[in-house]
Design a binder for this molecule. Structure first.
Ligand SMILES: Nc1ncnc2c1ncn2[C@@H]1O[C@H](COP(=O)(O)OP(=O)(O)OP(=O)(O)O)[C@@H](O)[C@H]1O
Length: 341
């Protein structure tokens, strides 16, 4: 993935403040706790002492984490549809009439050589870029001109290739911020701490804690994000994206920088996420990981879809092999034939 990505949706940090303001925590004292660089000695806004210890119970965690098990009934139907999507940057066509579906309940891999358009496709479906032409349909309706926050609310969440966490916030707080996308209390409700608002806060903490357990960093809930290991930070990003209760989770090179054992364990987590009723889009360079975890793969090259199918079909496709390995040079014997005698 490139570094062009200028931002992201709800699970991304730049929207954290937006969410806080929307949920009424924009008073300066509370907001300070959420800002990167906030005074490390101040007490955390969320009293983690209150977190219920029984959340470590795996069954309860599963029950809290899985958003909508009824999704299984509609498995295989298109959830997101890229329909003839073209994205131009001036004279450069980054995506050229791209059409593919992401089906409910699947893990779809989006692969392709450097500069193929993967990030651009990701950005087109998460509201970062508006397609020059074509349509992105999600859950039966066009994303149209939807802004990133509303795309989060409609059910798309993403993680970033370059980790974007609130470093000075605890792991738990980072995930609670993600739950703000689903808060329903008004600003006055939050300011006056109505019972509904307090209940939502309580639920947000419970759910955030369950998500931390689910991704395997429950034991680090009260530590500042910056003190987590690189691998745990990646897992924390996934927990925060899941906190927005997405239907579609887009993972942008989640295994970047992982060793083989960490990759193996991440594959297990991604499968578990899918089994819990989420649909997953995965951009990943590591072919072993992509083959091992995806149900289907879409391959881009020069902004176009060149192959689509099961991992076996795609990785044996001559067009894909040529795209990755380059078209073989003309045989030497031909060159010698043409050479002057
Ligand atoms: N904001 C932008 N402005 C101009 N050109 C861009 C922008 N974003 C992407 N591009 C160009 O669009 C093409 C596709 O880039 P993109 O980042 O989507 O590819 P990618 O498949 O994600 O590549 P990589 O695997 O290297 O990250 C590239 O030629 C890239 O230089």
């Amino acid at each position: 993935m490139s570094t062009h990505d200028p931002g992201g949706i709800g699970a991304g940090s730049e929207h954290g403040d937006e969410h806080l303001a929307a949920s009424g925590r924009a008073d300066s004292e509370a907001a300070d706790h959420y800002l990167p660089g906030a005074d490390v000695d101040e007490p955390a806004l969320i009293d983690v002492e209150e977190v219920r210890p029984e959340l470590a119970d795996p069954q309860l965690v599963d029950a809290l984490v899985a958003p909508d098990r009824a999704v299984h009934a509609r498995m295989g139907e298109p959830l997101l549809q890229m329909q003839g999507v073209t994205v131009r940057f001036g004279g450069l066509v980054a995506l050229d009439d791209v059409t593919f579906d992401i089906r409910r309940g699947e893990i779809l891999g989006l692969i392709g050589p450097n500069g193929a358009g993967k990030t651009t496709a990701f950005n087109a479906m998460t509201g970062v870029y508006r397609p020059t032409s074509g349509t992105v349909m999600f859950d039966g309706a066009s994303l149209g001109k939807a802004k990133r926050f509303s795309i989060t609310q409609r059910g798309i969440a993403r993680t970033f290739q370059n980790i974007r966490l609130f470093n000075e916030m605890t792991a738990l707080e980072n995930v609670v911020v993600g739950t703000d996308a689903r808060h329903r209390t008004s600003v006055p409700g939050a300011l006056f701490r109505t019972s509904r608002h307090r209940r939502e806060e309580r639920d947000a903490i419970d759910r955030a804690m369950a998500l931390l357990e689910f991704v395997g960093v429950g034991g680090r809930a009260t530590e500042k994000a910056r003190n987590l290991s690189y691998g745990d930070q990646r897992r924390l990003e996934i927990a925060r994206a899941l906190a927005t209760e997405p239907k579609l989770l887009c993972l942008d090179e989640p295994a970047a920088g992982f060793n083989p054992a960490e990759k193996e364990s991440l594959m297990g987590l991604i499968r578990h996420i899918r089994d819990d009723g989420y649909t997953v889009l995965l951009i990943e360079h590591d072919m072993r990981l992509v083959r091992g975890v995806t149900d289907r793969i879409v391959v881009l090259e020069f902004g176009r879809v060149i192959a689509e199918g099961t991992p076996d079909e795609v990785t044996n496709d001559p067009k894909v092999i040529a795209a990755y390995l380059g078209v073989p040079d003309a045989p030497e014997s031909e060159e010698t034939t043409d050479a002057p005698a």
